[in-house]
Ligand binder design. Structure first.
Ligand SMILES: NC(=O)c1ccc[n+]([C@@H]2O[C@H](COP(=O)([O-])OP(=O)(O)OC[C@H]3O[C@@H](n4cnc5c(N)ncnc54)[C@H](O)[C@@H]3O)[C@@H](O)[C@H]2O)c1
Length: 381
């Protein structure tokens, strides 16, 4: 746990949320959980990060498109169906912030209409959708510091729409989903020239399938074991998995998850020797995600070995444990006048950062950034 030299500079961090789904629910529950002085720091990577504690973060605006959430206070919307993540903090006080109707675009996939109401999104069709200038105005009025994107996978147009709103309003953008914004050189350059920080893309959970697979792949490389073949099969029963059961929405998710592992392999695997992705929707699993991982390799003398691992995690708190640090890194970058990708944070916290490196190296760069060093690309060091 790191304490910072800037610990006296405490002020609130105003966040806005796009998509009040399971990940947002865990994050907002966490803000209340860690606000209570009686709760210890268990489950956090940092208590004080650059002078900011979790309890310095407050939600000041939120958008969704589900009729059970739009118009509700954030404190109620986070527990509305189809959210199904484990409740670890039921006592979330009224936030005084109503969820507003968002701009739908490609956030809603047609196949979602084929499932029971409790399991799927129900569009708030009566509500007028806001324009870009409406959202920019709201971001400015609410004095938002950091805008978090929690849209469903495959929301290319909607993500670009909200990213443009962040740019126009001069608000830092945290892109939790696998639509390439921070890692797209054109978008990154636009954030850089506007002097607006961005951290993305595709949040890498606290202790999820990706980081475990990456660390093991790095271990194979460091221990001289040739990795021949690997798969990572994931099942889950939340709306994220349901949305991803339409394979046409998965292109960038597959790239993001596969590259996260390929990038730390000693030599790239042939496409047919690596299979990574969400594999099935199992409704009764709810927000529990199970990963089945297999790695086959050759050690000394070319003698074969293999490793099988099963990981079971609650998906959304697993992301919130990382989001709570990404938010604070984005604010620290804003405070320091940094625009464009915050490379150390992206490399440590995201599956598809602009600049990939090992998690050990990303960790060192992140701690150095928190302690006052720059946010340059790791490759440029
Ligand atoms: N859990 C993790 O560890 C993890 C890791 C990496 C990425 N992610 C990504 O984070 C994102 C959020 O995950 P989640 O589990 O909270 O998903 P979710 O399905 O629970 O929530 C998505 C929310 O977005 C809303 N929405 C849809 N279109 C919208 C629009 N146009 N405007 C505003 N709101 C809209 C939905 O109504 C829903 O409330 C997903 O893309 C997921 O893949 C999660």
């Amino acid at each position: 746990m790191t304490s910072s030299p800037h610990s006296l500079a405490r002020q609130p961090i105003n966040i806005a949320i796009i998509g009040v789904g399971n990940c947002a629910s865990s994050l907002v529950q966490g803000l209340s959980h860690y606000r209570a002085e009686s709760n210890d720091h268990l489950g956090l990577m940092h208590w004080d990060l650059g002078g900011y504690r979790p309890c310095d973060i407050q939600v000041v605006a939120a958008w969704d498109i589900d009729r059970r959430k739009v118009g509700q206070d954030v404190a109620q919307a986070i527990f509305a169906k189809p959210n199904c993540t484990q409740i670890f903090c039921r006592e979330v006080p009224e936030q005084g912030v109503k969820v507003e109707m968002g701009h739908i675009l490609d956030g809603y996939a047609e196949h979602m209409a084929d499932y029971p109401d409790d399991r799927t999104f129900l569009l708030a069709e009566e509500e007028a959708q806001p324009s870009r200038s409406d959202i920019v105005k709201r971001l400015r009025e609410a004095k938002v510091d950091v805008l978090l994107n929690y849209l469903p996978v495959g929301s290319q147009e909607a993500t670009e729409f909200y990213a443009q709103c962040a740019l126009d309003a001069g608000v830092a953008f945290v892109n939790n989903i696998p639509v390439f914004i921070a890692s797209d050189p054109k978008w990154a350059a636009r954030f850089e020239s506007a002097g607006v920080p961005i951290i993305g893309d595709d949040i890498k959970a606290q202790l999820g399938a990706t980081i475990v697979h990456r660390v093991l792949t790095d271990l194979f490389a460091k221990r001289g074991v040739k990795l021949d073949r690997t798969y990572q099969l994931n099942t889950g029963g939340n709306t994220d998995f349901l949305n991803m059961s339409n394979r046409t929405r998965l292109k960038s998710k597959k790239i993001s998850k596969t590259e996260a592992v390929q990038s730390v392999a000693e030599t790239r695997l042939e496409d047919e020797n690596i299979h990574i992705g969400p594999s099935d929707y199992v409704a009764w699993q709810n927000d529990n995600k199970v990963c089945f991982l297999r790695m086959e390799g050759q050690l000394f003398g070319g003698v074969p070995m293999n490793l099988e691992l099963r990981l079971s995690v609650e998906d959304s708190p697993n992301s919130a444990g990382v989001a709570i640090d990404m938010i604070r890194c984005a604010k620290v970058a804003s405070d320091r006048g940094i625009g464009g990708p915050v490379h150390p944070a992206a490399a440590y916290f995201c599956k598809h950062p602009p600049d990939q490196t090992t998690d050990d190296r990303a960790y060192e760069a992140l701690e150095a950034f928190i302690n006052g060093e720059g946010a340059v690309a790791l490759a440029a060091e």
